[in-house]
Design a protein around this ligand. Structure first.
Ligand SMILES: [Zn+2]
Length: 289
């Protein structure tokens, strides 16, 4: 059974690079049935940003890619922007940790301004280093993480968190952190979720599940909110490091061919987006290929 007409097919987290496959990868996504992408920024240059101008350039690259994709493929793209937490390591070495932290906070504030101006829809990805770092660096990263919650609260937007895979305790901790600063946990997305947690164990945090076949099977009946993602990296040097960009529409097709499957897809592709972001993605009927 084909995907239902009018159903958005959404990859909630991917990266694309002007020096990678870029638009060609999105054409593959579209041919497989994909309609909407949440495009998360990344460092596009060999060194980490060391000034606010560097971050402006980075966010503008993401925005330009998003526009190019929409113009050339008709796929709707939402930008998600923030300084990478681990930027603090390289920037700290170059500038000294206090200056690097100041820069990081300014880059988060800038991302918040962009969301206010509707140039981006969420802050991400933010979080902690998922490898060991010196204690004072870890402290700065944690302080930056806290500021990310504050900016999301002030702007009133979702916060997309990168972390190790979390169990129910990890979700509760994240939820408490959000509450502490006054951000509703329902606006916090745990991206790159690799194991299923039932709704009652998520403390309000929203998982964005990696669209591996087995995981899709486990979560497809969950009442939500939750998302599917590939975390596609668009890095020719690391093929297969994560899932291909065509994965979410392929899995969606498999789910929709089961009895009641098409209805279930409204949970990650429509209802969850409405709950977390506050609007419903619409399918435009446009040309492009
Ligand atoms: Zn990512």
């Amino acid at each position: 059974m084909p995907l239902p007409r009018g159903l958005p097919v959404v990859d909630h987290h991917c990266h694309l690079s002007p020096t990678g496959e870029g638009v060609a990868a999105v054409r593959r996504f579209r041919s497989a049935g994909g309609t909407h992408l949440f495009l998360t920024t990344q460092n596009y240059e060999p060194t980490v940003p060391r000034s606010l101008e560097d971050y402006v350039r980075q966010y503008e690259t993401t925005e330009r890619l998003a526009k190019q994709i929409m113009d050339e493929t008709g796929v709707e793209v939402y930008s998600v922007i923030a300084p990478y937490p681990v930027d603090l390591i390289g920037a700290g070495e170059a500038l000294g940790l206090p200056v690097a932290l100041e820069l990081h906070r300014a880059a988060l504030d800038l991302a918040g301004t962009w969301v206010r101006e509707h140039r981006a829809v969420a802050l991400g990805e933010v979080g902690r280093a998922h490898f060991p770092v010196p204690a004072e660096v870890a402290e700065s990263i944690d302080e930056a993480f806290r500021h990310a919650f504050e900016v999301a609260r002030d702007v009133g937007c979702p916060l997309v968190v990168h972390s190790a895979d979390l169990d129910s305790n990890g979700f509760r901790e994240l939820s408490e952190r959000a509450r502490e600063v006054g951000l509703p946990p329902e606006r916090v997305v745990k991206h790159f979720a690799r194991s299923r947690l039932p709704p009652g164990e998520r403390s309000g945090i929203v998982p964005s599940y990696l669209a591996r076949r087995e995981l899709v099977r486990q979560v497809q009946d969950d009442p939500g909110p939750w998302f599917f993602e590939t975390d596609f990296l668009d890095d020719p040097a690391r093929p297969g490091a994560v899932l291909d960009l065509a994965t979410v529409p392929r899995r969606a097709l498999a789910v929709s061919s089961e009895p009641g499957g098409a209805d279930r897809l409204f949970v990650p592709f429509v209802e969850s987006i409405e709950k977390v972001y506050g609007w419903r993605p619409e399918v435009r009927d446009v040309g492009g290929s």
